[in-house]
Design a protein around this ligand. Structure first.
Ligand code: SF4
Length: 343
């Protein structure tokens, strides 16, 4: 194969790179892997929010890669590292998964986490008003992991004792949380600082660790808040109450590679003759409405149940909420649904 070209070489020759500079797509690392493996086909998978960037990244890769190497783009929905396009993976020599950190070791897959370049210190400064100097847990998402050491040092310089850990093997990094896993916050501190975008992760964290105060420093929307689970709990209690009269249940088993909980789904249908197991990849309100069950249990990604729950016509519960609805567990045992381990 010809001598490898880098992004820098292209810029020096005056060629305009088409991909946006907000994220680091690590094109040189991809090109290197293609050369090393003598690859002929490269598959690219992007999360939903970045799919519109895919053609530009593919164009730049075509310019960088040796002639004849084909670049394919996955059109499958993608929301996490649990969600790999296995069809494309089997048919390409190099498979690149953008936007998430590795959930499973595989020589075939190149994970490009797309670290954010946003500064975290200004929002951490504002978060000081909500924190007490002393012990503090520190967590963040894959997108800000590149700044994790900086965050820790910044807190230590301000006399905090920072507690961090790597939760379990579903997580790549120390201090990392996922929408379905908060084991990195199992630390010895009554307060946790979450640095990252959105409220879903810190809400799940606060539900999973009700004994801790969760302070949210969101550098993307530039806002500091303290996680409040009340509204979220009300929504979940409402869904459980509505499902209590259900006579028929649809139990969703998700076929995405990192979301399958067969034993959980199977256990429900084996013990309830009015429950039917549904295998699905993408779980949407439209798809479920077709079946006409009174209520549903989702054993796939918990975010679908909790984020999208209100959009489903019939109540959609997590496996734990189902146990409450059928009277196997008391209402006060309602907790957040989490995933552990890989596949
Ligand atoms: S199961 Fe859901 S929350 Fe967990 S990694 Fe996958 S998409 Fe994210």
């Amino acid at each position: 194969m010809s001598e490898q070209r880098t992004e820098g070489d292209l810029r020096n020759t005056g060629m305009a790179l088409k991909h946006d500079r907000t994220w680091d797509y690590e094109l040189d690392r991809i090109v290197e892997a293609v050369e090393e493996r003598n690859a002929e086909k490269v598959g690219l998978q992007f999360p939903e929010g970045l799919k519109r960037r895919a053609p530009h990244v593919a164009d730049d890769l075509r310019d960088l890669l040796p002639e004849g190497v084909r670049v394919l783009i996955s059109g499958q929905p993608c929301y996490g590292a649990c969600d790999l396009d296995t069809y494309m993976m089997r048919r390409t020599d190099v498979f690149v998964h953008f936007g998430h950190s590795p959930m499973k070791d595989s020589e075939k897959i190149i994970y490009v986490p797309l670290f954010s370049n946003v500064e975290v210190e200004p929002i951490m400064e504002e978060a000081l008003d909500e924190l007490e100097v002393g012990d503090v847990g520190l967590v963040t998402t894959a997108q800000h992991m590149n700044k994790f050491d900086e965050m820790r040092e910044w807190l230590e310089e301000r006399e905090f004792t920072v507690h961090t850990r790597r939760g379990d093997d579903r997580l790549t990094h120390e201090g990392q949380v996922l929408g379905c896993n908060y084991a990195s916050a199992d630390i010895d501190a009554d307060q946790v600082l979450y640095v990252g975008g959105g409220k879903f992760h810190p809400l799940g964290l606060a539900m999973e660790h009700p004994d801790k105060t969760v302070v949210i420093a969101d550098p993307v929307n530039n806002v500091v808040t303290v996680a409040d689970t009340e509204k979220f709990l009300k929504q979940r209690y409402g869904a459980v109450h509505r499902a209590m009269d259900a006579e028929t249940w649809g139990v969703v088993f998700c076929t995405k590679i990192g979301q399958g909980r067969w034993d959980v789904a199977n256990d429900i249908v084996e013990n309830n003759e009015n429950a039917y197991l549904l295998t699905m990849d993408e779980v949407t309100p439209d798809r479920l409405t077709q079946f006409g069950f009174d209520a549903y249990v989702n054993t796939g990604c918990p975010r679908i149940t909790t984020d999208d729950g209100p959009q489903f016509k019939q109540p959609m519960l997590t496996p734990g909420e189902y146990e409450i609805a059928i009277g196997e567990k008391p209402l006060d045992e309602l907790s957040f649904d989490t995933f552990h381990g890989t596949w």
